[in-house]
Design a protein. Structure first.
Length: 235
């Protein structure tokens, strides 16, 4: 019997997914930061669970920042290093990548926002505005549910919808790539400082509603003022 299989037998009251997550989590916590635990196939076989069960266990562990998963040669499961963070307005992104890389991506994204707003003012159609309002609805639902991470992801989807309006293929490609980089390395969103995160989220929600309204009525002054206020990296 493998060590992982033995670990999984410690609490029979848990589901197979929870048992696998517990066993691999303990293995990761006992390993040095960044240590390779094995390939997905190797660890799945050691746990003795189905692929879907194993992948769900990995999703749980990744969301908790316990492990990282890398593809390609030399890839597999690794014990997570201490999680870096990047500042995003009055909240922080908990990341599984180099803090500087994501912080730089956020800074560049903010610098490109006004250019995309200019394009959206000139080129957005009724269908484009509808897509933006759909993303706003998801943001509102996430805020109501108190899910800060999902709120931020819906926020990024709104900005992706705005970016897709641009006829400038280079600008659009760069911006969407930056969003992908930020999103793919974000584990969670947490409050920073004394300000309650729900209060900050409510403020950001209203700012984005006002921004889409300004785009809808082609109010250039209001849209540019709002995107300046939106800038998360300004001092």
């Amino acid at each position: 019997m493998t060590d992982l299989a033995q670990r999984m037998m410690m609490d029979a009251s848990l589901s197979r997914t929870e048992q696998a997550a517990l066993a691999i989590g303990q293995l990761a916590e006992q390993a040095p930061h960044g240590a390779r635990l094995g390939t997905k196939k190797e660890l799945q076989e050691q746990c003795g669970v189905a692929k879907g069960t194993f992948n769900e266990a990995l999703r749980i562990l990744q969301s908790r920042g316990v492990i990282t998963v890398r593809s390609g040669p030399g890839g597999g499961l690794f014990a997570a290093s201490p999680t870096p963070i990047a500042r995003l307005g009055n909240s922080i992104l908990s990341l599984d990548a180099a803090e500087g890389d994501v912080a730089d991506a956020v800074r560049i994204r903010d610098a490109l926002d006004p250019l995309l707003i200019e394009d959206a003012l000139d080129h957005s159609s009724a269908v484009d505005i509808t897509r933006m309002r759909t993303a706003l609805d998801v943001m509102r639902q996430s805020a109501d549910a108190g899910d800060a991470t999902e709120f931020v992801r819906a926020n990024w989807e709104l900005h992706a919808a705005i970016a897709r309006v641009s006829p400038n293929a280079i600008l659009k490609s760069i911006y969407l790539s930056l969003l992908d980089l930020i999103e793919s390395h974000t584990v969670s969103v947490e409050p920073v400082g004394d300000r309650p995160l729900p209060e900050y989220i409510a403020e950001r929600q209203q700012l984005h509603v006002d921004l889409v309204d300004a785009l809808d009525r082609r109010d250039r002054d209001a849209a540019l003022r709002l995107i300046h206020a939106h800038n998360t990296t300004q001092t």
